[in-house]
Design a protein around this ligand. Structure first.
Ligand code: B12
Ligand code: SF4
Length: 181
């Protein structure tokens, strides 16, 4: 598959990501990401020249399972990120085998070639940037972990969305910090 694909392909790929276990998934273009606010601050990023779009995956971290976000030095990561990595890997293989789409899994850290995941997720319509500087999703609030795959095809974007939870809120997120940051 190449050139611009149909909206049906976007829906099919997003649904498959969820079937592999992602709580949410969405698509945006590399061009949109290049113009996102974090790149204005950070400067240009380098991606494979073939990359045209990306799929952002989110996994909910329920309040009852805090250990999903516990850093473990032995394996160098968190259980939640390993679960999301495995979902991304299954999706990457399926995209390649079933749709002939090349997909690149990305490192977590920006300095190792990762992307700014909150910007990507906001552009892909998973949620909006909250006043706490985290991505807030309509269904799971900020309690999600993100990951992304770059794709060598143009796909119909799924965002951004019109969602403004902070507008009518008295900002407990800003008042809770013991250091008044
Ligand atoms: C470096 C980093 C950290 C550092 C520094 C955090 C910081 N506050 O600067 C440390 C280690 C401290 C950290 C801590 C945490 N992090 Co962190 N971190 C990252 C990482 C690797 C890069 C973030 C970064 O440097 N951003 C770039 C700087 C320049 O910008 P920024 O501060 O994010 O602000 C930009 C956005 O707000 C954007 N923006 C604002 N409005 C809008 C509107 C639109 C439409 C768009 C597109 C963009 C946009 O523009 C700003 C720049 O101008 C990302 C993973 C990734 N690869 O993206 C995870 C990530 C952001 N972290 C995450 C999380 C969960 C956390 C913690 C909650 C972890 C924890 N359990 O404590 C804390 C929260 C700390 C906090 N109060 O912010 C999640 C966020 C999930 C979410 N729901 O948003 C991410 C995406 C990791 C992941 N895999 O899911 N983190
Ligand atoms: S507590 Fe309110 S202001 Fe803060 S991020 Fe959540 S909705 Fe936005």
């Amino acid at each position: 598959m190449n050139s611009r694909t149909q909206p049906d392909s976007t829906i099919h790929i997003v649904e498959k990501a969820k079937a592999f276990g992602a709580s949410m998934a969405g698509i945006t273009s590399i061009t949109s990401l290049q113009n996102a606010p974090s790149y204005e601050v950070y400067g240009n990023a380098e991606w494979p020249v073939e990359a045209k779009s990306l799929i952002v995956l989110a996994q909910v971290h329920e309040i009852s399972v805090p250990e999903l976000d516990w850093w473990d030095d032995k394996n160098g990561g968190t259980p939640g990120d390993r679960q999301l990595g495995s979902i991304a890997n299954s999706l990457r293989q399926w995209l390649n085998e079933e749709l002939n789409i090349d997909a690149w899994s990305l490192p977590y850290h920006i300095e190792k070639g990762g992307i700014f995941l909150k910007d990507a997720a906001a552009l892909a319509g998973l949620g909006t940037m909250g006043k706490n500087n985290l991505l807030i999703t309509p269904e799971f609030g900020p309690r999600i972990r993100l990951r992304a795959l770059l794709l060598n095809v143009d796909l119909e974007p799924t965002g951004p969305i019109d969602f403004t939870p902070c507008e009518a809120c008295n900002m407990p997120c800003r008042r809770v910090c013991p250091q008044e940051a």
